[in-house]
Design a protein around this ligand. Structure first.
Ligand code: COI
Length: 346
């Protein structure tokens, strides 16, 4: 299967591989040791809480091959920690970090030939998924939970890669309510945006963006990823990286990584409420979407109703994000020394 792949044109879509890791939890036994499975169809009870009540959460992270053919995963401990937070929000058992890492490692090991070669821009995307798989008709936790880690080779999420994209501010739907579940990686935060998002994409927009649901005055995030922005450099060449600290958004591992790289560059980092008016006033000369799947996608315009706000270079990624992107990808490819200890195993 893997030998038929056109590594430079794999896009972001489901592909069959050799198999995946599967773990089962029950109240009596806790988590089992896990098995490697080859059938992508799971046997799940029709009355499972995962199917009936959306009792589930997931993660997304990537593994990379370096020039020596070594495969390493990018910051899996951060994703394990996030799943530990998401699971209990949907009243599910925690997946311990050692099981999470074991699932990622063994799924990669059994699918080595599906990890794109270093010279391509691809990655092996890992999708850890936790859900209630046992029957429960009332509103209660399932008697059985399933944790799977599957994966597939991926390239660019958006067709243009790091070419500037257009964004549209959603008015017909909010992604997450104040005090809601927006900070947890629950499938239920994603599916309701599919319809309105795909409609806007059909009209030519790449990204859809959500404002705070209460006042619609501040930026939350994009439907797929976090919002990040850069100010122009000051007289000392120092930029400020600005990103919302909303309670309703996901704690993107890519965003945290970019923040650390900014600090290394001697740039300032501001995690704070970001007023939409700041975008209108032109405070930022670069805006981007960031996440594991979308990596760093520059945004050249944001449309809200009839108002179109152009931002930065309309043809190519801005200098600031280009520098961050090169450093970030350089570490993942093994071309830049990983002084942060992000690649696992070291
Ligand atoms: C990821 O970046 O891993 C996500 O889960 C986002 C999704 C749009 C694919």
């Amino acid at each position: 299967m893997a030998d038929k792949l056109d590594w430079n044109n794999i896009g972001f879509q489901y592909r069959d591989t050799n198999g995946y890791m599967k773990y089962t939890w029950t109240l009596e036994t806790g988590w089992d040791k896990g098995t490697f499975e080859t059938d992508p169809y799971l046997k799940v009870h029709m009355c499972s809480t995962g199917l009936n009540y959306g009792q589930q959460c997931f993660e997304g992270l990537k593994a990379f091959k370096d020039k020596e053919g070594r495969v390493r995963i990018f910051r899996p401990q951060e994703n394990a920690a996030r799943m530990k937070r998401s699971g209990p929000i949907a009243h599910m058992p925690e997946v311990p970090e050692d099981i999470f890492l074991d699932g990622c490692r063994r799924t990669c090991e059994k699918n080595i030939e599906f990890v794109p070669p270093a010279e391509t821009d691809g990655a092996f995307y890992l999708r850890p998924l936790l859900f209630g798989s046992g029957p429960m008709i009332g509103m209660n936790a399932a008697p059985e939970f399933t944790f799977v880690v599957f994966g597939m080779p991926v390239g660019n999420y958006y067709k243009g890669g790091i070419k500037p994209a257009t964004a549209y501010v959603m008015e017909s739907i909010d992604r997450a309510a104040p005090k809601g579940t927006g900070s947890a990686k629950l499938g239920g935060n994603y599916a309701p945006t599919f319809g309105p998002m795909l409609k806007k994409m059909a009209e030519g927009y790449t990204l859809t963006m959500h404002l705070d649901a209460k006042n619609r005055t501040h930026v939350d995030e994009f439907s797929t990823s976090n919002f990040v922005a850069l100010t122009p450099p000051d007289e000392n060449g120092v930029r400020t990286f600005v990103t919302p600290n909303s309670e309703s958004i996901l704690r993107s591992v890519t965003r945290l990584t970019l923040e650390d790289i900014c600090t290394k560059f001697g740039w300032k980092v501001e995690e704070r409420p970001v007023a939409f008016s700041e975008i209108i006033e032109g405070k930022f000369n670069e805006v981007a979407a960031c996440g594991t799947a979308v990596v760093l996608t520059p945004v050249k315009s944001i449309t809200r109703g009839d108002q179109v706000i152009n931002i930065g270079d309309q043809e190519k990624i801005g200098e600031g994000f280009q520098r961050l992107y090169d450093y970030y990808r350089g570490i993942q490819k093994g071309e830049i020394k990983d002084e942060f200890g992000w690649m696992w195993p070291a």
